[in-house]
Design a protein around this ligand. Sequence first.
Ligand SMILES: *[C@@H]1O[C@H](CO)[C@@H](O)[C@H](O)[C@H]1NC(C)=O
Ligand SMILES: *[C@@H]1O[C@H](CO)[C@@H](O)[C@H](O)[C@H]1NC(C)=O
Ligand SMILES: *[C@@H]1O[C@H](CO)[C@@H](O)[C@H](O)[C@H]1NC(C)=O
Length: 321
Amino acid sequence: MLAINVMLWLQDGITWLLLPSNQSLAFLLADNGFDVWVANTRGTKFSRQHTSLPSNSSDYWNWSWDELVAHDLPATFKYVHDLTGKKLHYVGHSQGTLIALAALSQDQLLNMLRSAALLSPIAYAGQMTSPLAKNAAENFIAESLYNLGIFEFNMRGGSVIKFLKDLCNNTGIDCTNLLTSFTGQNCCLNPSIVNVFLDHEPQSTATKNMIHLSQMIREGTTSMFDYENRDENMKHYGQPTPPAYDMKRLPNDLPLFLSYGGADALSDVKDVQRLLEILKDHDADKLVVQYRNDYAHADYVMGENAHRDVYEPLISFFRLQ
Ligand SMILES: *[C@@H]1O[C@H](CO)[C@@H](O)[C@H](O)[C@H]1NC(C)=O
Ligand SMILES: *[C@@H]1O[C@H](CO)[C@@H](O)[C@H](O)[C@H]1NC(C)=O
Ligand SMILES: *[C@@H]1O[C@H](CO)[C@@H](O)[C@H](O)[C@H]1NC(C)=O
């Protein structure tokens, strides 16, 4: 029995269970004898039971993915590791890959990790082609919401939708298909899965987390949250600019499975290639890289062929580690 942990962005763990049971990654792993643990990211509806902070307070939403790297991911790993006594295989999608890469670059998790599968990997976001995400970053949409006191970024909430509609109208982005405007043209979504998806997702995250993502898109760097203020940065980091996450520090012998898609507008091919360039000295027998020309962001979690194209090779990879 092996433990697995799966995580993603603006979505909760249910996303891994939306496909029919013979196609969904969580079920397939369980059917293959893995002990599967599905994690919900901070801010999603299953993580509202904070011991002291109400979820409508600004303090509750005062975080970005730095905190997921520093606290949530290590705590999740430790919980599963302590209970099972086993090292984990990890599956991350999108933000789930970013926080794992960032934590590993800081020598975290390694003592509890057996291997990692990164789907739609995001180590960098400077080449992101998603018209909606890119324009929102360039137009400082998340910053505007934050300045208006909207600390919960809720795609179902009126204020975020209004900002995005205005953005689409003013920039001429065709937002009739909001999912496609974000993710790129997914090849393999069954229309019925999109309805199931919208019953559950997208989920909230912190507006501050979206500001952090916007900084990555605008700057092309992957650093800690930038307070855009020398004194604030000094206060938080002891230096005038935020410290960078150094992907070169990923250990060369860590078993890694990476899959990226040619149509993915959030995990752009050029950004993934920047990561692959850094991984060129990785032990050859510890790195499996898969490229799916037709896949976009959502195909990796909801594509009707993903079980055959991605999950089967992924499970074979885990079996070998
Ligand atoms: C948060 O919600 C509670 C009720 O659940 C309400 O009493 C309180 O005023 C709300 N606080 C803010 C800042 O909206
Ligand atoms: C977030 O926390 C910092 C302290 O770490 C504080 O300076 C800041 O005012 C807080 N922001 C909000 C919106 O609560
Ligand atoms: C779109 O923008 C134009 C001006 O740029 C404005 O006249 C129009 O009312 C806007 N439409 C919507 C639906 O907001």
